[in-house]
Write a protein that binds this ligand. Sequence first.
Ligand code: ZN
Length: 432
Amino acid sequence: MENNRPETGPAPDMEPVPETEETAEVRTSTEEPVSVTPEEPEQTNAPHEKTPHSDKTHRKKHRRRKRRKESPVLGIINAVLLLLVGLGLAGCAYTGYRYITFSTESYDAQITEMKAQTESVRTDMENLQRKLNEQDEQMRADLHQTGEKGAAAADALSAAQTANEQLLSRNNELKTRVGFLENIRENAVALREEYAGKIRKLEDKIVAGESSVKICYWSFDDGPGQMTGAILDYCEENGIYVTFFTSREANETGRGDVDEPALMRRETMLGHSVQNHSNSHQYSKIAGNLYTRGIDSFKEQVRIQDDWILENTGFKADIFRFPGGSAWAYNLIPKEQLLGALEELGYCHIDWTCDVMDNLHSNPDAGTVYARATWQSKQIDPPIVVMLSHDWNMNTYYGFMRAVPALKEQGFIFLPLFSQSWAIDNTVIRFS
Ligand SMILES: [Zn+2]
């Protein structure tokens, strides 16, 4: 402490003056007790004061003059300094200095408090920094994860786009295909019309004697039946075409478990003619619903079969064959009614010229079927044969396979029967 430095030559008669309100106020106004710097006391041992004055009077005057110059504050400070010299740090025992000590302690307390607050703030800052670091780590993790997800999403998007392009391409292919399929029935009907027209031209040449070709319209009635698949296989292998007069309910017990719609589709796909032989096929005089219940019942049985053929083959049939033959039907319902009903349903009709007579009662063996087919065909002139048989009969199947090569040797070709055929209007039953 600067003001605690020992002073040289303090006046021995200067007594400490008790602290007054004035001095306390002066010190109180000084925040830094250490900065309270008293006025420098005059040098009592100045050289010019030593020389001529040696008597008591002069010393007393000088003493009084000197005392008048000193302020009370300086006196107090000098007293304090004197005490400090004597007591060292015993200043705390002095009333005036106790205030300074108290202020220092207060300051220290404030410093301590500030240090504590600083420590608290530092702790808070450290906590905040740690939280920030944690958040930063989390954000980096999130960012990384987002990046990975983003990359995965980009890959998925790319794959989806590729798949979408493939689907669009496939969709366009399918649209083209659908466009083709939507018109396939019209195209197929047109092709069949063209095909039938060419056959009709050939027939006309045959009838006119301008062609040596013979035509066999081999027909199978009452199917599809248990031999239909085998017959189709044989026809496919040998490049021949036949006609099926189908009936949904005919010969049901003899069919087995054949898939009738599938067989009818295959008949159509292989180029054969699929035609109408009525739904019920019940042509008996007593219990049948074809001819004994009136024209409406007959018409309904034709219509049901017509729907079934169209549903399963895509082609509308237009040739009807009367179960039992037209002559049998005309005996039960007037011919005009029957033909009128058929015309309303879009049908012509046909019987046959030749008949292998493969009914259940006689059930000829294959050789007999073969012999009848080949022999009867020779009797038809012009040589446009309509052969009657049934595709539920196994003997017929074997007889058919023997007859085909033989008929080919006779000059016959096997064609499907269409409504444009010359045979429709010119077929007369020769064998039955
Ligand atoms: Zn029949």
